[in-house]
Write a protein that binds this ligand. Structure first.
Ligand SMILES: [Zn+2]
Ligand SMILES: [Zn+2]
Ligand SMILES: [Zn+2]
Ligand SMILES: [Zn+2]
Ligand SMILES: [Zn+2]
Ligand SMILES: [Zn+2]
Ligand SMILES: [Zn+2]
Length: 464
């Protein structure tokens, strides 16, 4: 808003303290007498010269004709108060700066031309009329309806034509008026129930769920008459029920190559009983061979290679009775080796005695069996051999006793030459190792068990 000089000089007044400077310059202007309403600067009339215009307001400056540019310069340089000095503005400066001041002077207000009763600083008027005047006319940018300013403010946030983001955070912008339809019909985040399992999912995850929902009906891949069936039951159906699925014969592991629909299997089984039986016999034979070779392997693993066998003979009384009733009954020990690659040895006992000990003594013997390393060993076998029968004392009753017998083979004895593949010799030992009388008198038998140790020692030291 450009104002003419007259608009803002009507009530100009000049501060007293600058009167002397202004005096000379302003004097030729000869301002007319001050109207009563503009009487200002009454506070210090005595300090100014009587004719000075500085203590009287200049009025109607617009009517003054500047005599020359110099005078205009002088006038514009005059010190003046703000035209709102009376209302309280403290501003004072050269006249030329007044216009700029009025742009910011908070006392320079006008009533709103819309008669909204607001007093608006002049510089704010255009903003007020455009944006804040409650009586301004304004058009909603979304629905194009015209409102008063206040009406528009009340309308804001409620306009049905305004696009807003969906509150369910689906990322879509929808006109406010269509939001409820969007949220119930289109929104990807609306909750929907899976029609098969009845669980709830957001619309955008439902299709993913549908592809895995265990209750969704699917057809059997074998196209049997059971289709459709819930996806979660398909595996069990194919495994146990599906009549159309090709299954192998029950005797597949035995070698039957039949494979066909489940409903044909029964017919196949009935028609092939003999063939299946023969397959089973073959399988059984094969398995027996496997078991034998496994037994062999296990026996090898458990073979004793230490040269010492502690032979635990249980069920003593039964075995003794058997021996008494059956002449020449021999108990043989598990085979053992004198060392890792040594002689293969085996002990034996006659519970009711043998030879000179028959009927009165326990006889013990050892013999050399054909071993795996015989070809590399020195012959005849010449290790010392010791038999020890242990007394079994109750726990804590002191040192363990027993009886022992040893021998070192004579190189001339035939028993200890390299054995043939099927040895029949008795071996060497002690037919009168211990008498039945001593056996029962001392605690050699406990809990129907006897411990006999057989030790083969290459050092030839006879341990007792
Ligand atoms: Zn001011
Ligand atoms: Zn207004
Ligand atoms: Zn609107
Ligand atoms: Zn949405
Ligand atoms: Zn489901
Ligand atoms: Zn099926
Ligand atoms: Zn078969």
């Amino acid at each position: 808003m450009v104002r003419s000089l007259s608009q803002w000089t009507k009530t100009l007044s000049f501060p007293n303290r600058h009167s002397k400077e202004c005096n000379v310059n302003v004097h030729p202007i000869q301002a007319p007498p001050t109207p009563a309403r503009n009487k200002t600067n009454n506070s210090s009339p005595s300090s100014s010269p009587p004719n000075s215009p500085s203590n009287v307001p200049i009025t109607e400056i617009s009517q003054i004709i500047y005599p020359d540019p110099d005078s205009e310069k002088v006038i514009m340089g005059s010190l003046v108060f703000c035209i709102h000095h009376k209302e309280g503005c403290k501003w004072s400066d050269e006249l030329r700066k007044l216009k700029a001041h009025l742009n910011t002077c908070k006392f320079d207000t006008l009533p709103c031309p819309n008669q909204c009763n607001a007093q608006i600083p002049r510089v704010m008027m255009s903003d007020h009329l455009a944006f804040t005047c409650t009586l301004r006319r304004a058009v909603c940018e979304f629905c194009n309806v015209e409102f008063s300013g206040q009406g528009l403010e009340e309308h804001q946030g409620f306009c049905n034509q305004e696009p807003i983001y969906c509150e369910s955070k689906c990322g879509t912008r929808v006109l406010r008026g269509r939001m409820s339809i969007h949220r119930s019909k289109d929104c990807l985040k609306r909750m929907k129930r899976c029609q098969h399992c009845q669980r709830e999912f957001s619309a955008d995850t439902l299709s993913l769920h549908s592809s895995t929902c265990s209750r969704t009906p699917v057809s059997c891949p074998q196209r049997c008459e059971a289709s459709p069936l819930p996806r979660g039951e398909l595996d069990a159906h194919l495994r146990d029920e599906c009549k159309a699925l090709s299954v192998p014969c029950t005797f597949k592991d035995a070698g039957c190559r039949f494979k066909g629909p489940r409903n044909m299997l029964e017919t196949h089984l009935e028609a092939n009983t003999a063939a299946h039986l023969s397959l089973m016999v073959q399988l059984s034979t094969k398995q027996n061979q496997q078991i034998a070779s496994l037994k062999n392997a296990v026996a090898k693993l458990s073979t004793n290679y230490t040269g010492t066998l502690l032979w635990k003979i249980s069920d003593w009384s039964t075995k003794m009775n058997e021996a008494k009733n059956k002449e020449g009954l021999e108990l043989v020990s598990p085979p053992f080796y004198s060392s890792q690659y040594g002689y293969k040895l085996q002990a034996s006992v006659f519970l009711n005695g043998n030879g000179p000990g028959e009927g009165t003594h326990l006889s013990v013997y050892i013999k050399v069996l054909p071993g795996e390393y015989d070809a590399l060993l020195k012959w005849p076998f010449s290790h010392s051999v010791t038999f020890t029968l242990f007394e079994q004392c109750p726990i804590g009753s002191g040192a363990q006793g027993g009886i022992a017998e040893s021998f070192v083979p004579d190189p001339s004895w035939q028993n200890f030459q390299r054995p043939s593949a099927e040895p029949d010799s008795l071996g060497f030992g002690f037919p009168r190792f211990i008498s039945h009388e001593l056996l029962s008198r001392r605690p050699f038998v406990r809990e129907d068990t006897v411990f006999l140790r057989i030790k083969a020692d290459p050092s030839k030291v006879v341990a007792v």
